[in-house]
Design a binder for this molecule. Sequence first.
Ligand SMILES: Cc1cc2nc3c(=O)[nH]c(=O)nc-3n(C[C@H](O)[C@H](O)[C@H](O)COP(=O)(O)OP(=O)(O)OC[C@H]3O[C@@H](n4cnc5c(N)ncnc54)[C@H](O)[C@@H]3O)c2cc1C
Length: 375
Amino acid sequence: MTKSIAIIGAGLGGLLLARVLHVHGIQATIYEAESSATARSQGGMLDIHEATGQAALRTAGLTSEFEKLICWGADCTRVLDQHGTVLVEKAANDAGGRPEVQRGALRQMLLDSLPHNAVLWGHRLANAVPLGAGRHALNFTNGQKVEVDLLIGADGAWSKVRPLLTAAQPVYSGMSYVETFVRECDEKHPLLAKAVGQGMLIAPDEGKAIMAHREPDAVLHAYTALTKSAGWFAALDFASAEAKRLVAKDFEDWAPELVGLVTDSEQPPIHRPIYELPRNTRWAATPGVTLVGDAAHLMAPSGDGANLALFDGARLGEAIAQNPASLESGLQAYEIEMFGRNEAARTEAEEMLKVLFGPGAAQAMQEFFSKASVA
Ligand SMILES: Cc1cc2nc3c(=O)[nH]c(=O)nc-3n(C[C@H](O)[C@H](O)[C@H](O)COP(=O)(O)OP(=O)(O)OC[C@H]3O[C@@H](n4cnc5c(N)ncnc54)[C@H](O)[C@@H]3O)c2cc1C
């Protein structure tokens, strides 16, 4: 295949796609807005699901590399109520299950699996213009211009490729996460370390939660979920000394070992507003362009998004490799399957989020885990 292929975005979806194409001897160029692989911290732990994330890594021929990254024992989970009472204590699954890896390590592994010049850093797509016959002109904010035969948007929530296919726009979900970090937890914050345990902590309540993960090097990485308007967050100065207190205000009567995950953070909290694409965002097959991952199906975090992005990348890579004579039918088959898969995942995720943030959330989570262990 001699077609020129551009993948916009070196997130997990775009990199996995490029890797599968590479395995099939197909060259693609990834254009990434960030200036380097280390320009931004890559976030926390991801549990990689058997049917999606792990399947994608198998397709990419990277299972043994992936296994080297697993943080064994980190997939245990505790659910606490607001008083710090342990309601669920789910042990780690040493046989695999949904192993945890650090997102940054996974991304680096994917980068290392590609030719050294596969990613062009510092290339932020400004817009893409159809030229006919499936070709597109790409305009980058650094002034570069390229024309390509196949364009794939793997550029996340605010995709600049998506407008070529649909007018759908992400909508604020009504909830934001606030990210905080407590370091040297065993020495400096033993009560918090004990509450979190060796894996994941979930302390849910209606419309809010404190969730945390223990990461390598004794770091407790927490997400506090709050149902508040975009305006409330816009008025909050996250760099101010007061920010942690204001975020923790809704948890005033909670146990100190939970609230401390916010108030004892050594760095200012980071705002992560949760946006979603409307349900059933689809588009008519369009020659020479498609999407993977959040660009195609952004939804509220439920532990699936990165897994689905990896899986999209694998399925699209295979569809391109297996249809050299008829790229358009390959893209269409990929999209039909992807739309169905992601709507089903979204339905499941919404059920899960209703349990996590619905009335009587702590008890509902307890029931959820007890049913899951029986099933
Ligand atoms: C708070 C939070 C917690 C989450 N936790 C989990 C979890 O535990 N498990 C899980 O599976 N999922 C989780 N997710 C979801 C997951 O992060 C996403 O679904 C996943 O990262 C999507 O991957 P992607 O490759 O599609 O996009 P992204 O990871 O967003 O990557 C897109 C890439 O494109 C680049 N880019 C963007 N615009 C441009 C442009 N114009 N030009 C060039 N490059 C561009 C970006 O810099 C980025 O590198 C969470 C999400 C949030 C917000």
